[in-house]
Design a protein around this ligand. Structure first.
Ligand SMILES: [Ca+2]
Ligand SMILES: [Ca+2]
Length: 81
C-alpha cells in the first residue's frame, strides 16, 4: 500500500512539475491554483484588472503556467528569488 502511494506521488510530481511551482504559502486552499483573493493576500497591490490580465484562459484562477508568465513579465515577484 505504501509503495503504491509513493509511486502515485512520484508520477504526480513529474506530471505537475511546471516551470514554476505554485507556492503553498499563497495557495492557501491547496487547490494548486491562485484565486484573486489568494494573490491579493500575498500581494495587496494586485488589482482585479491586473489579475484578469494575467488570467490568460479567463477561468478566474492563475495556474502555474500563468504565474510563470507573470513572473517572466515582471508582473509578479518571483517567490523563489
Ligand atoms: Ca488556491
Ligand atoms: Ca487561468
Amino acid at each position: 500500500m505504501t509503495r503504491a502511494i509513493v509511486a502515485t506521488t512520484a508520477a504526480f510530481t513529474l506530471l505537475a512539475a511546471p516551470a514554476f511551482a505554485i507556492v503553498a504559502e499563497i495557495d492557501t486552499d491547496g487547490d494548486g491554483v491562485y484565486s484573486l483573493s489568494e494573490v491579493q493576500t500575498a500581494m495587496p497591490d494586485m488589482t482585479a484588472d491586473a489579475f484578469n490580465a494575467l488570467d490568460v484562459n479567463a477561468d478566474g484562477l492563475l495556474d502555474a503556467d500563468e504565474v510563470a508568465a507573470a513572473i517572466e513579465a515582471g508582473l509578479m515577484p518571483d517567490p523563489a528569488g
